[in-house]
Design a protein around this ligand. Structure first.
Ligand code: FES
Length: 153
């Protein structure tokens, strides 16, 4: 059953400052904010589409394109740099044939660069969805993705 975006937006339209929670709700349910959503929000909140886009692009959390089922965040901060995170990043972009910030065509993986995951003592550190992996290697990451997929079957 598809989700009707107007039903997602409706509870926030009459609220002061309702655009932000409406955006969060849309992204939560649909995974990203589409062009159609932007047009719909502009009408619902009586503002221009440019104003809606300004809000979306101001906050790093909002996405204008679909994101992968597995978001792989690779730490590039100082402590991980001393543990060769640049090489890991390079290995992962090669393995998945993606650039940083890109999502695979099958929507399975998105690669993101981050700066500190609070796991500095055992870098290089990577976070896959909610799981932090220390002393990360490409092999460890692939193994985690395969195990996670198997557990969901
Ligand atoms: S510097 Fe990488 S986890 Fe802190």
């Amino acid at each position: 059953m598809s989700i009707d975006s107007s039903n997602i937006i409706k509870p926030f339209v009459e609220k002061k400052g309702g655009l932000m929670p409406a955006l969060h709700a849309l992204q939560h349910h649909l995974g990203f904010i589409s062009k159609d959503n932007i047009a719909e929000l502009a009408i619902a909140f009586n503002c221009s589409q440019a104003e809606v886009i300004d809000v979306i692009t101001f906050y790093d959390d909002f996405r204008l394109v679909p994101i992968g089922k597995n978001i792989i965040k690779i730490c590039q901060a100082e402590a991980c740099q001393s543990q060769n995170c640049k090489q890991l990043l390079s290995d992962l972009t090669s393995y998945f044939s993606l650039e940083m910030g890109e999502t695979s065509d099958d929507l399975n993986v998105t690669l993101k660069e981050v700066f500190c995951l609070g796991n500095c003592a055992v870098g290089p550190s990577v976070m896959i969805n909610d799981t932090v992996i220390g002393e990360a290697t490409t092999e460890k990451i692939i193994s985690h993705l395969k195990n996670d997929a198997t557990q969901k079957l």
